[in-house]
Ligand binder design. Structure first.
Ligand code: C2E
Ligand code: MG
Ligand code: MG
Ligand code: MG
Length: 285
């Protein structure tokens, strides 16, 4: 069988494939056609400022409803898209979709787009980004790119250079899922990071794990000291919100405000938020 599997040849039937491998192959195959079939959608989850609870932007989150396999979540398919290189094409599509959708909202909100490490390493990334910004005229200051810690861990100079280049153009960087990777606090000062997104597991264990409070408070101090913005993920309850506001956290995202939603729903959400703000301004003496 080994002789048959040279590059370019279809992979031969292999009776020893595990269930997981079999599923990956199925996903791999379906993914190739999914962009053309318009099976991917970008959903949006609101992000709010905590001082006045204003809506400031959203995070774009990819959704895939495969015609053959049904709904598949990014935690399963992103890894596979990375392994085949499809992530480059998919990532460029998500970026453009996110920017164009955000431009059509009733107020000038920001958008945070997840970028995979492999996508960053690819040659086309900076070009794709420049093209989207150029073609749309979207203000770079309204775009934030999210990277996870694991990517930065093997933070080669090459990657850091690219991040600086992109930041120089006015786009900001957020470190996603902070606190779950192989944290070396040293890199925080060396990398061009503007925002820390504290992983939802910390927020969600407030009230049940006595370590959650001191950890969150310390991360808050760390951020202030480094001049970074702090955003808490996984804000689900009023109690979570009260704690974060009491401790002067900057921003939050989570089911308390809204779950990720299709674009039309987010557009309506932004309309409602705009009306609220206008109401406040209108009632001022
Ligand atoms: P992430 O960037 O950390 O996204 C946050 C995840 O937490 C989302 O899961 C979101 O639905 C979920 N979440 C948000 N608020 C709450 C909450 O209050 N409670 C709970 N329990 N969960 C909450 P989702 O959409 O399944 O995405 C999973 C991961 O897939 C993302 O984690 C991100 O790393 C990746 N991903 C999603 N879209 C893209 C994309 O376009 N490109 C790349 N490279 N990765 C993506
Ligand atoms: Mg993210
Ligand atoms: Mg996250
Ligand atoms: Mg995550």
């Amino acid at each position: 069988a080994a002789r048959l599997s040279g590059t370019g040849c279809p992979r031969p039937y292999n009776p020893t494939l595990s269930k997981k491998q079999f599923r990956s192959r199925e996903i791999e195959r379906a993914m190739g056609r999914a962009l053309d079939r318009e099976e991917f959608e970008v959903w949006y989850q609101p992000q709010h400022r905590l001082s006045d609870l204003a809506l400031i932007g959203s995070e774009s989150l990819l959704r895939w409803k495969s015609g053959t396999l049904g709904q598949i979540f990014p935690d399963e398919f992103i890894e596979i898209a990375e392994s085949t290189g499809f992530i480059n094409e998919l990532g460029a599509w998500v970026l453009e979709r996110s920017v164009r959708d955000t431009q059509s909202l009733p107020t000038p909100l920001s958008v945070a787009v997840n970028v995979s490490g492999l996508q960053m390493m690819g040659n086309g990334f900076v070009d794709d980004l420049s093209r989207v910004l150029h073609d749309t005229g979207f203000a770079p200051s309204r775009l934030c790119l999210e990277l996870t810690e694991t990517v930065l861990f093997d933070g080669t100079e090459d990657l850091v250079e690219k991040m600086r280049d992109i930041q120089f153009r006015g786009v900001s960087w957020a470190l996603d899922d902070f606190g779950t990777g192989y944290s070396s606090l040293g890199y925080l000062s060396r990398l061009p990071i503007d925002k820390l997104k504290v992983d939802k597991s910390f927020t969600l264990s407030l009230g049940s794990d006595p370590a959650a409070e001191p950890i969150l408070t310390a991360v808050g101090d760390l951020c202030r000291g480094l001049g970074m913005t702090l955003l808490c993920e996984g804000v689900e309850t009023q109690e979570h919100l009260d704690f974060l506001r009491e401790h002067h956290f900057a921003e939050a995202q989570g089911y308390f405000f809204g779950k990720p939603m299709p674009y039309p729903d987010f557009h309506a959400y932004a309309e409602r938020e705009k009306a609220k703000t206008a109401g406040v301004a209108g009632s001022a003496p």
